[in-house]
Design a protein around this ligand. Structure first.
Ligand SMILES: [Mg+2]
Length: 117
């Protein structure tokens, strides 16, 4: 992981939008849609690959995936900022919820949903 933080990314994205007068387009609705589209672009790189192929991407493909991961994080971070949500805090909170929902001794090696345990 890089030394650059999500907090810095939030600030850089605000500056990026302000410099271009794009804040007017960054409603939560539009950002959520853009995020979904970028996730689809990310998934497209894996469509039709075997599981083995998906774990061993050629360098050019890996670079394209890297760019889509950047797009996804940009829109997710921008959406969270617009809603006043700290994305790191939200993720750590959710991880704690999942830790309780999926006790390791109960679910080890199982992909079942918590409602099926
Ligand atoms: Mg993209």
């Amino acid at each position: 992981m890089s030394e650059q933080t999500l907090a810095e990314l939030v600030i850089r994205l605000r500056e990026f939008a302000t410099e271009r007068d794009w804040d007017q387009f960054h409603s939560p609705k539009n950002l959520a849609m853009a995020l979904s589209i970028e996730v689809s672009e990310l998934m497209e790189h894996f469509q039709w690959l075997t599981e083995e192929q998906s774990s061993d991407l050629p360098p050019a493909k890996l670079q394209q995936v890297r760019e889509e991961i950047g797009d996804v994080l940009i829109y997710l971070t921008r959406l969270a900022d617009k809603l006043g949500i700290d994305p790191s805090e939200a993720a750590f909170e959710k991880l704690e919820v999942n830790r309780v929902k999926y006790p390791a001794d109960k679910v080890r090696g199982s992909a079942k949903k918590y409602t099926e345990l």
